[in-house]
Ligand binder design. Structure first.
Ligand SMILES: Nc1ncnc2c1ncn2[C@@H]1O[C@H](COP(=O)(O)OP(=O)(O)O)[C@@H](O)[C@H]1O
Ligand SMILES: [Mg+2]
Length: 1081
């Protein structure tokens, strides 16, 4: 999303001093105040950022702000340090220009904060990734370490940097940080041993004592109490808003992140402790025989502890504090030190120890953060150097001199690069230009650094000069050499202007710096420049059994005794500033000019005089004037044309011809007044930022329109291609669909046609089939018939030859043979023709069983027939009777079987022949069918009486055996039934029809040996005679017999045979006759 803001939006005062309508110092200051009152602490002068210290946290450094300023034009948003950082970072990344960010201002103006803001912004916007983040983290974490050791509370600033710092951050071609190099300048080491009122020593001392664990303190032989240490000022040990203990932890953590080993950290802390211990060593005078005072250590305990900490032999150090060895012309002379010298030596050692430790820390950090890759780097340098310092009471010493010299040099660079360079460029480019007067401080720099007669050179000369050298001799020298310099004043200077200035104290000199006059006290200049540490001390340090100390004092190595003096502090500083300046000159400068609004570290307080003073010596007004007189913006024709060519139809999209002409055409077409720009030789110069904004705005609009056009065409193209594709696809789809539909339809028609066809064809075919089948059947029938016929004929012809028939033939033959044999054998072994002959030959074959049996039956029947055919009529009758008897009695009466073999004779008495029965014979008319003697049973006693029993065709007669007298003649029709027993007796009762004449005397109970014959005949004849079917034969062992009136029951019982008389009949009672029949043995 495009945020349509501009520097000009919601502007409080003016965001860019160049745009001030009336440019006076008052309006300038007023603008600053107005903006400051509205929390607008940043204001531009062209591309220079003025930063006012708000002395309170402002919510303008949030990640959102970072995003807001990221990749935006410098003038697009309200002034901000991020805009400058972004501009610098982008031109580094995109245009491959090394950058430097120069942060200047008084102590406490916010330089260090500004440098941290720049670094954090760059860290936030540059690349991300594990490796990159580690580098970033290390770069950022180097700050707390250096601040702990190099910052201190001063009256101006609770966290004042007491050293100058220049940090090169190195980037790769993508803009990712690779590492960095830190240079440090002149640590204010005098602070280690003495602090001005209301100020503190370096933070680390307080942090260590407050924040270290009890263990650590014990090991370092330290006490938590600040007051125990001479080197720590007591009046402001605790600072508001500074948590030393927490900061100690932060520092430890930062050291770890930066890559300090644990033993390195310990060594560093041991050194810090040693410095504190050193401060507690005190000396007392001891008179010697030669009248001089010699110093002695008061209390050796601290010395002892310090030596233990650093692994130094106590006696060596003790001696070094008492004697000084001077080498002259290869001779060593040991002179004793007095108390003052001993204190001097002690403090010199402490200062050296601490400042060398600080330098070592910087190089150790550099070792960690240095870029690994050997590829070409892009560099962004951030310079945070102590600001111009003036102590109003004239208490300015060597340090201030050096610091102010450095600021003088920086101002020089600023002038070089902004004012002079700018004007020179106009001249170079042939732009009409009225020279702007500005103060060039080169003359002051020359006063200080000139190799022949510069103040530093003279100081060095004094230091190296043999003979007595004091600060006064140095001042004398200055008075002689610099007396005529415009910017130098002293009581004795020959500069007539100041001759009458009695405010100038003795032993002081004054330099009129670009930022104001500064009064320097010469006291200590020589010493501090000499920076002398007695060789005995450095050698004692070198002997220490402590890795870090040894490294810090390489000159103490007796093997490398160097009689040449080490370079003086002044010349060292001059050299390093020279290097720095050369370094900065190769880079594209970006300026942040910090201003402190008041002296009280208070927010919302704007001390006008103070601001006015700062803006004056910072040359801000000149800066604005040059910007205003000159051109706010310039650009080579090529890049200008490239950037703005879309603003004119003739230059868009390509301009064929020289770039300058293109730009001229372009500008000619734009509604920009001609005085707003000038054409240089290779660049166009735009006077007003407003014009630039205008161009930028037009460009933005144009770009938007172009983007819209591109989008339009692209979208048109995209949708048209899309449409064409759709259309094409639609055609393909519809073609396929139509094809499919038609195919479907065709398939349907085809299948219906096929159905119809198939029906018709089927019908036709069936018809044909029927016909053909019929034909075929006919043919087949004919064929079959003929075949059968032929077959028959052939078979008939050939049957006789068929083997198949042989079996049957053989079988039939065999059967015939068997049968023949069978019948022949049967014939030969025929049994007799007697029907009772039971013999019958055995059957030869099982299969003949049925035949055999049948034959036997037939034979038997035949035999019987044959037998019967021999019978006469009489015999035939006899057999018929026998048959009848069988029918009547067989299996009914036990007597029957014994009768079978007896022939029925009939006339046993031969009545007709026997004369005895003449009478009887005549009484019987009919032919006698049976004549026998029977026993008539007397009903009274059961005894039998013999009677003759005659049977004729019409009746039966009972006659007396002896006389032949007929006793009874009963016509057969009167006989109703005959009763016999089932047993083997011959008893039988003839029962007569009740009411008939014969029945008067009652029924007859008779017994006969021929019972069976009698009854059979009675039965035959009785039936015919009575013209009825038959006479009932009642066979039972108990029957009633009618005797006259009485009915007597005849009962047959089984009895035992008694004396031959087989059957006995007894009358039991009136009604019962019991016949006992013996059981057959
Ligand atoms: N941008 C800022 N916002 C808030 N406070 C600031 C800002 N700049 C500086 N300060 C305050 O001012 C104090 C001094 O700033 P510092 O950068 O240490 O000054 P210098 O380095 O110029 O001596 C800081 O400790 C901080 O409290
Ligand atoms: Mg600082």
């Amino acid at each position: 999303m495009e945020v349509k803001t501009s520097l000009l939006d919601n502007m409080i005062g003016v965001g860019d001093m160049v745009l001030l309508e009336v440019l006076t110092e008052d309006s300038f200051i007023e603008n600053l105040r107005k903006r400051f009152d509205h929390n607008e602490i940043y204001t531009y002068i062209g591309s220079v950022v003025i930063s006012m210290n708000p002395y309170r946290p402002l919510p303008i450094y949030t990640p959102e702000k970072v995003e807001e300023y990221r990749n935006r034009n410098f003038y697009e948003l309200s002034p901000h340090i991020f805009a400058l950082a972004d501009e610098a970072y982008r031109s580094l990344r995109d245009q491959d220009k090394d950058q430097c960010i120069l942060i200047t201002g008084e102590s406490g103006a916010g330089k260090t904060e500004a440098s941290k803001l720049v670094m954090s912004y760059v860290a936030a916007v540059c690349g991300k990734g594990q490796e990159v983040n580690k580098v970033k983290e290390q770069l950022l974490q180097s700050n707390p370490v250096l601040e702990a050791f190099g910052n201190a509370k001063t009256v101006r600033n609770d966290n004042s940097s007491r050293f100058g710092k220049y940090m090169d951050i190195e980037f790769d071609f993508k803009g990712d940080p690779l590492g960095g190099v830190i240079s440090n300048y002149l640590l204010e080491k005098s602070r280690v041993v003495k602090q001005p009122r209301g100020e503190r020593n370096f933070h680390i001392f307080y942090q260590l004592l407050s924040g270290a664990s009890d263990d650590t303190l014990k090991r370092l032989k330290l006490d938590r109490d600040f007051s125990k240490y001479n080197y720590l000022s007591l009046d402001s040990a605790a600072v508001n808003g500074l948590d030393d203990a927490a900061n100690f932890r932060t520092v430890r953590n930062a050291m770890q992140i930066v890559g300090f080993m644990e033993d390195e950290v310990q060594s560093v802390l041991e050194l810090v402790a040693a410095v504190l211990k050193l401060g507690n060593i005190e000396f007392k005078p001891e008179s010697r025989s030669n009248g001089t005072d010699e110093s002695r250590i008061k209390d050796k305990n601290d010395l002892k502890e310090m030596c233990e900490l650093l692994g130094i032999e106590q006696s060596v150090l003790e001696r070094a504090f008492s004697y000084r060895t001077v080498e002259a012309k290869m001779e060593k002379v040991a002179t004793t030190l007095n108390v003052a010298q001993a204190y001097y030596a002690r403090d010199a050692l402490a200062k050296n120890l601490y400042s060398r430790l600080f330098t070592w820390l910087v190089s150790r950090i550099n070792e960690s953060i240095k870029a690994q890759a050997k590829t070409r780097h892009k560099v962004m340098g951030v310079l945070d150097i102590y600001g111009f310092e003036i102590f109003e009471d004239g208490d300015n010493s060597f340090e201030q001199f050096i610091i102010n010299y450095c600021n003088e040099k920086l101002q020089q660079i600023f002038i070089e690069l902004t004012l002079r360079e700018e004007q020179e460029e106009y001249i170079r480019e042939g732009i009409e230009w009225t020279n702007i007067e500005y103060f060039n401080n080169a003359i002051i720099c020359d006063l200080i650094e000139n190799n022949q007669n510069g103040i530093l050179a003279m100081l060095d000369e004094e230091c190296l000069r043999p003979g007595t050298v004091t600060d006064e001799t140095f001042l004398d020298k200055l008075n002689t050499i610099c007396a005529e310099h415009q910017h130098f004043e002293s009581r004795l200077s020959k500069n007539s202007k100041f001759l009458n200035d009695h405010s100038l104290p003795h032993s002081c000199f004054r330099i009129q710096h670009y930022a104001g006059k500064v009064l320097y006290r010469v006291e200590g200049f020589v010493d501090k420049n000499n920076d002398l540490l007695y060789r005995d001390l450095s050698q004692a340090m070198y002997k220490a059994n402590h890795s870090l100390i040894k490294q810090l004092f390489p000159e103490g190595n007796p093997a490398k005794v160097n009689l040449k003096r080490p370079p003086t502090a002044g010349s060292q500083f001059k050299a390093s500033v020279g290097t720095l300046m050369r370094n900065l000159q190769t880079k594209n400068p970006n300026y942040i000019r910090c201003i402190k609004p008041n002296d009280k570290k208070a927010s919302h307080v704007f001390t006008e005089s103070l601001v006015r003073h700062q803006s004056r010596y910072l040359g801000l007004m000149e800066n604005v004037r040059v910007r205003r007189a000159g051109y706010a913006f310039r650009q080579p024709y090529e890049s200008c044309l490239e950037r703005y060519k879309m603003l004119c139809k003739r230059t868009w999209p390509h301009w064929k011809g020289p770039a300058r002409e293109g730009v001229e055409v372009l500008m000619g077409e734009l509604p920009v007044p001609a005085e707003e720009y000038s054409y240089g030789r290779s660049k166009i110069f735009i006077r007003n930022p407003r014009t630039l904004f205008f161009l930028e705005e037009r460009r933005r609009q144009c770009l938007q329109e172009l983007a819209t056009l591109i989008q339009k065409i692209y979208r048109g193209w995209k949708w048209r291609t899309y449409f064409l594709r759709l259309k094409k696809s639609q055609i393909v789809v519809s073609a396929w669909y139509r094809r499919y539909a038609q195919q479907k339809k065709y398939d349907k028609i085809k299948s219906s046609t096929i159905v119809m066809q198939s029906y018709i064809r089927g019908w036709q075919a069936r018809k044909l089939l029927r016909r053909l089948k019929y034909q075929k059947r006919c043919e087949e029938a004919v064929t079959t018939i003929t075949a059968y016929w032929h077959g028959t004929q052939v078979r008939r012809e050939y049957r006789k030859y068929f083997r198949a028939n042989a079996g049957r033939k053989i079988y039939e033959f065999t059967i015939q043979r068997i049968m023949q044999k069978y019948f022949l054998s049967l014939k030969s072994s025929m049994p007799s023709k007697s029907p009772i002959d039971k013999n019958w030959p055995a059957r030869p074959y099982l299969f003949l069983d049925a035949v055999h049996t049948e034959l036997r039956r037939i034979f038997h029947l035949w035999r019987c027939k044959k037998y019967r055919s021999q019978f006469t009529e009489e015999k035939k009758a006899v057999y018929e009777e026998k048959l009848e008897a069988s029918k009547l009695f067989k299996d009914k009466k036990a007597l029957y079987p014994s009768s079978v073999s007896q022939p029925f004779k009939g006339d046993y008495l031969e009545i007709r022949k026997n004369p005895k029965y003449q009478k009887l014979n005549s009484a019987v008319e009919e032919k006698v069918l049976l004549a026998d003697v029977v026993n008539k049973i007397n009903r009274a006693n059961g005894k039998g009486t013999a009677r003759i029993f005659l049977l004729t065709k019409k009746n039966f007669v009972l006659a007396d055996q002896k006389t032949g007298q007929v006793k009874a003649s009963v016509p057969l029709p009167d006989l109703t039934s005959v009763s016999v027993s089932t047993q083997s007796d011959g008893f039988f009762a003839l029962r007569l029809k009740e009411g008939s004449a014969s029945a008067v005397k009652g029924d007859f109970l008779l017994s006969s040996e021929h019972l069976i014959e009698i009854i059979t005949k009675l039965h035959r004849i009785g039936a015919t005679a009575a013209d009825r079917e038959q006479i009932d034969i009642d066979i039972s062992d108990e029957f009633l017999v009618q005797f006259k009136q009485d009915k007597v029951c005849v009962k047959f019982v089984q009895g035992v045979a008694k004396n031959g008389n087989s059957v006995s009949c007894k009358r039991k009672n009136n009604r019962l006759l019991e016949v006992s029949v013996p059981t057959k043995a």
